[in-house]
Design a protein around this ligand. Structure first.
Ligand code: C2E
Ligand code: MG
Ligand code: MG
Ligand code: MG
Length: 282
């Protein structure tokens, strides 16, 4: 065992590091090409209110790699952030997502929101310019576009975040805190952020039926949101039991595989129009 230590081990780490670094470099190079070749597509996942009406679609990016097929954000978002490519990708997603607003209007769903995820590296003054561009160019009405920010994004520099969010909000854009409950939100700041809703992280929703602590956390988040006069959306709703519990406890919005998977906008539209059949709570 002891022989594994010392020099050999250092050499091993070194080469592993080099392999990772060169793989990362290759990935970034491929991502650059992918952006130029339009290999990214945007899927949409619906959110419904407790009456079964569609209220929002969240844009979720995918990389259609000609060699490897459809790749999830977990495979490439970090590399996009580190390399700065996220700015270009984010702009593409924002434009693709917002361009569907007119289709929602045409389908008779003008009140629906389109939500777009924003990562830390994107949350700069440049985001204001990109959002302003898309809002003005597409003539988006107030409330049509929602930006999802995680707690870590806004808490990194809360005063700056408040300032930037307020400026972007003047464009008629609303905000939600994504994956809520997993980060380090300060309640003092939470009440000062111009946010419209909290998205309860999937990890709390997952075992809602069997884990009393998770149920208590969900209840507290819904209560907290109410006190702050903001809405709630539960992520990752997969079972009828979860859906029922969340409705009974006053969660405003529901999102998850039970209600709809991320999919191309065109195939999603019929289910947005139909809504989902809500079972009565006796
Ligand atoms: P997120 O914003 O929290 O998105 C929700 C994730 O949960 C999505 O994964 C979605 O497919 C998945 N999900 C939804 N319902 C269920 C369910 O019922 N069960 C389970 N097991 N999963 C469910 P996805 O699409 O892989 O995205 C992962 C993360 O990548 C997102 O988490 C978001 O943080 C990030 N992301 C996605 N698209 C973009 C983008 O365009 N820009 C940026 N910056 N980040 C993005
Ligand atoms: Mg999200
Ligand atoms: Mg989330
Ligand atoms: Mg998440």
């Amino acid at each position: 065992q002891a022989k594994l230590g010392g020099r050999n081990r250092a050499v091993e780490f070194r080469s592993e590091y080099d392999v990772n670094a060169s793989q990362r470099l290759q990935l970034v190079q491929r991502l650059r090409e992918a952006l130029d070749n339009d290999e990214f597509t945007v899927l949409f996942q619906p959110q419904f209110d407790c009456d079964g009406r569609a209220i929002c679609v969240e844009a979720l990016v995918r990389w259609q790699d000609p060699q490897r097929g459809l790749l999830l954000p977990a495979e490439f978002i970090d590399a996009c952030e580190d390399s700065g490519l996220i700015m270009q990708l984010g702009r593409q997603v924002l434009n693709a997502a917002a361009s569907h607003h007119e289709h929602l209007v045409a389908a008779g769903l003008p009140q629906m929101r389109i939500a777009v995820n924003v990562s830390a590296a994107q949350f700069t003054d440049e985001l204001y310019d990109d959002v302003e561009d898309v809002v003005l160019r597409l003539g988006l009405p107030p409330g049509a576009l929602e930006l999802e920010l995680t707690e870590s994004v806004v808490m990194q520099s809360p005063e700056r975040a408040i300032d930037l969010m307020k400026r972007i909000a003047t464009l008629g854009v609303c905000f939600s805190i994504d994956d809520f409950g997993t980060g380090y939100s300060s309640l003092a700041y939470l009440k000062r952020f111009p946010i419209d809703r909290l998205k309860i992280d999937r990890s709390f929703v997952q075992d809602l039926d069997s884990n009393v602590q998770d149920a208590a956390i969900c209840r507290s988040i819904i209560e907290l949101a109410r006190s702050l006069d903001v809405g709630t959306v539960a992520e990752g709703v997969e079972t009828v039991q979860q859906e029922r519990w969340l409705r009974e406890h006053g969660c405003v919005g529901l999102q998850g595989f039970l209600l709809g998977r991320p999919q191309p906008f065109a195939t999603l539209l019929p289910s947005l129009l139909a809504g989902y059949a809500v079972a009565p709570i006796e």
